[in-house]
Each structure stands twice: as structure tokens, then as C-alpha cells.
Write a protein that binds this ligand. Structure first.
Ligand code: ZN
Length: 171
């Protein structure tokens, strides 16, 4: 994997945790568990945080390149960026569409995604989340555990995004 710096601290707690501080992974690992379990915790947290860093890099790269999404062409570029990086699912097309009751729709039959035109010019993290969400429906229909773990691949902060999206809808 990438040459990322990792700092490990041991703590007298049952649980382990980790976070990224200025691009460096900081882990707090339980010292109440076996060596093997500790190694497992380290690997699991590292993997999760590396994914988060990878996501952030791509996110900002796109953000800097294109800024705000104002049309179908930029929307397609965003969807292709996310799809190529995380899913590789066959997608026929994606476009904005006038829809009031939903943020996005996805047809597994035609493999077309429509995004509500209310999201034209919306903050990038919201659009990123909605596009990721609809892309995942190409693979999983239900909003089950499998679905959300798939969404988390491209959008680790999807829970915050859902809240922000709700607030955005009330505007
Ligand atoms: Zn959905």
C-alpha cells in the first residue's frame, strides 16, 4: 500500500480506534487483547483510514479541477470518476432530471441514473454522495447493510452527507 506514516499508541480499553491528523494515521490500540487481535485491529483500522485518505484525495482533485457541477457533462465526469475508482459497474448514462420527490433514481434495467435538477450547483459533497448512492443501486437494490458498505467505499462520510442533504432539501 502507500507509504503512509502510522503512529500507534496502546490504551487500557477494550476498543481500538483511529483517525487521520494532517495526513498521518494515528491509532489507539487496546492492550487488553492478544497480540494477534491487536494486529487484526491495526490492519482493519489502517485499511479503513487509507480508504478515507484515498477518497479525500480524489474528492479534492475533482473539486479543484471542475468546481461545481452545473450540467450533464460535469455530472457524467463526476459519475465516471467515482465509478472508475470504486465500483466499475456498467453505466449507460447519467443526467439531471426534473424530479421533486427524490434526489436520484436508478434503473437496473436501462442502467440509467437520473439526478434531481435541484442538485445543480449543490455543494460537491452532497452531489458526490447522491451519485455514489445511485451508482450502488446498479449493484444492490435494497438499502441493506451490503448497500451501505458499498456506499461507504466512495463516500466514507455518507452519514453526515445524508443529514446535510436533508437540511439542503428544506432550503
Ligand atoms: Zn437509494
Amino acid at each position: 500500500m502507500e507509504d503512509l506514516k502510522v503512529f500507534i499508541e496502546y490504551q487500557t480499553r477494550r476498543t481500538s480506534s483511529g483517525r487521520i491528523i494532517e495526513g498521518v494515521i494515528h491509532l489507539k490500540i487496546s492492550n487488553l487483547i492478544s497480540k494477534e487481535e491487536q494486529q487484526l485491529h491495526i490492519e482493519k483500522l489502517k485499511k479503513k483510514l487509507v480508504q478515507k485518505i484515498k477518497w479525500a484525495k480524489q474528492y479534492y482533485q475533482f473539486h479543484e479541477d471542475k468546481g461545481i457541477v452545473y450540467g450533464d457533462q460535469e455530472l457524467r465526469r463526476l459519475a465516471n470518476t467515482i465509478n472508475a475508482a470504486y465500483y466499475n459497474l456498467p453505466l449507460e448514462d447519467i443526467a439531471f432530471h426534473k424530479q421533486e420527490s427524490t434526489w436520484g433514481t436508478c434503473s437496473t434495467k436501462t442502467r440509467r441514473i437520473y439526478i434531481s435538477s435541484r442538485l445543480i450547483g449543490a455543494p460537491m459533497d452532497l452531489l458526490w454522495y447522491v451519485v455514489s448512492h445511485e451508482l450502488c443501486h446498479l449493484a444492490v437494490a435494497a438499502h441493506d447493510e451490503k448497500f451501505w458498505s458499498l456506499v461507504a467505499k466512495a463516500c466514507p462520510t455518507f452519514k453526515e452527507c445524508r443529514k446535510k442533504l436533508k437540511a439542503y432539501g428544506y432550503q
